[in-house]
Write a protein that binds this ligand. Structure first.
Ligand code: PLP
Length: 480
């Protein structure tokens, strides 16, 4: 590492990135390249001799950026957002600069201790129960993704119950969730050795806006107990991926508690909103949960990746995931004086990710973060208002956060036709390059999802997006 070269190249790269952000609205939001485009543009083998940074930057401009879908564009409304910010970017830069691998406390005490402190800060901002704080038996940890978060708690819960009932009972363990739960849980079950037939996706009900009914959970658990199975894990979602449904935590939590099940709450997207007092009620009942997860990299201005997971009983995680090879032994770990985050996650190595979350919390402060989330929710409300006022469209589920689920009403009431029409509308809108949205299917209906949440989005972008929908809908309907 040549410090002077870093200074020179670093300045050039920062300039390049700043220009990227300055011009981001000029790119088609959804990359318009065809599969395999890049192989035609790059050499077959790595260069034998060094090239200049200028050469590389030119290739990035001409060959890489056309193949990028611009998640930070203010006209990006697909899936859920994945925020960046100057604070998050600087934290990432510092983490890359220090480039330590903090698997055990001793490998960089500051990395472990800052992560514990910052996750305690965030837990307090979310008003999570004190049992989730690192000062007691629990604590927070940064995972890469919500998928890793649910996997590690599933493994902890599985091993906890198997210690009680015996390892041979693994085939009897049952996992519950709603059919709106993210597929990350199914993957966790596959990895965790849960029998596929014991993965229960209970039907969420449309009359409850696709939230899970506590009766459905209660009935499924009773039925499984009666047939000799062992219910052990339930995952509720606050802000489901399709339509931001909110599962009723207090009633669901009671059922899990009375059946000694692990209760995980996935608030990957909507957790960020819960730092606002007016939205905190969505996680009322989290007191009953064993673990809680939100992705700071979704809607909390923290560059990917940063998924915050809290558990009430850290020993359950550690018992499942710890190994103690000779080459990692050290006085602090042996003396049980410290947290070694290697025992709370799948990989050994880990980055200094708490730096960026710490910088976001400090450079914004909670008040600005609250205002940030509120602004997106208000922009989504305005978009929803436009949709509701246009007779050609309908709102499909009531909006809770910053996601609007809507669709074009078909001229004839034929569901297949309606689905095709909305599918065509999505394609037409995304092909303009002017914005990017995604879709879902609810009760066999193809639905358009517009998720507000890019840091640069303003009202003018919402208005422009609505205009594209109106224009493309008019063209499609004129062909009907
Ligand atoms: N849970 C919910 C509710 C989500 O919306 C998502 C992704 O959008 C996930 C989990 C998975 O997130 P990750 O990519 O962090 O694993």
């Amino acid at each position: 590492m040549d410090a002077e070269q870093l200074r020179e190249y670093g300045h050039k790269m920062v300039d390049f990135i700043a220009d990227y952000y300055k011009n981001i609205e000029n790119f088609p939001v959804l990359s318009q390249v065809q599969p395999g485009y890049l192989r035609k543009l790059l050499p077959e083998t790595a260069p034998a001799h060094s090239e200049t940074l200028q050469d590389v930057l030119e290739d990035i401009q001409t060959k890489i950026l056309p193949g990028v879908t611009h998640w930070q564009s203010p006209d990006y409304f697909a899936y859920f957002p994945s925020n960046s910010s100057v604070a998050g970017f600087l934290g990432e830069m510092l983490s890359a600069g220090i480039n330590m691998v903090g698997f055990s406390w001793i490998t960089s005490p500051a990395a472990t201790e800052l992560e514990m402190i910052v996750l305690d800060w965030l837990a307090k901002a979310l008003k999570l129960p004190d049992e989730f704080l690192s000062t007691g038996q629990g604590g927070g940890v940064i995972q890469g993704t919500a998928s890793e978060a649910v996997l590690v708690v599933l493994l902890a819960a599985r091993d906890k119950v198997l210690r009680r009932v015996g390892k041979d009972a693994i085939g009897k363990l049952v996992v519950y969730c709603s059919d709106q739960t993210h597929s990350a849980l199914q993957k966790a079950c596959q990895i965790g050795g849960i029998h596929p037939e014991n993965f229960r996706m209970l039907k969420a009900v449309s009359c409850r806006d696709y939230a899970l009914s506590p009766d459905a959970l209660s009935e499924a658990v009773s039925h499984d107990l009666a047939t000799g199975l062992i219910p052990f894990f339930f995952c509720a979602t606050i802000g489901t991926t399709s339509s931001t449904a909110v599962d009723p935590l207090p009633a669901l939590g009671k059922i899990t508690k009375s059946n000694s099940m692990w209760f995980h709450v996935d608030a990957a997207y909507a957790g960020s909103a819960c730092i606002c007092p007016e939205f905190r009620h969505y996680i009322d009942g989290v007191e009953e949960a064993d673990s809680f997860n939100m992705n700071a990299h979704k809607w909390f201005l923290t560059n990917f990746d940063c998924s915050a997971l809290w558990v009430k009983d850290r020993s359950a995680l550690i018992q499942s995931l710890s190994t103690n090879p000779e080459f990692l032994k050290n006085k602090a770990s042996q003396g049980n004086l410290v947290v070694d985050y290697k025992d709370w996650q799948i990989p050994l190595g880990r980055r200094f990710r708490s730096l960026k979350l710490w910088m976001v919390l400090r450079l914004y402060g909670l008040e600005k973060l609250q205002a940030y989330v509120r602004n997106h929710i208000e922009l989504a409300r305005r978009f929803e208002e436009h949709v509701a006022q246009d007779q050609r469209f309908e709102i499909v589920t009531p909006r809770k956060f910053s996601l609007v689920c809507f669709r074009l009403r078909p001229p004839q009431s034929n569901e297949d036709y309606a689905n095709k029409l909305n599918h065509d509308l999505l394609d037409a809108v995304n092909s303009t390059g002017k914005l990017f949205i995604s879709h879902t299917v609810l009760s066999n209906r193809y639905i358009l999802r517009l998720a507000v949440g890019a840091p640069l989005t303003e009202e003018r972008h919402i208005l422009a997006a609505w205009k594209v929908f109106q224009d493309e809908a008019a063209t499609l309907l004129s062909k009907c």
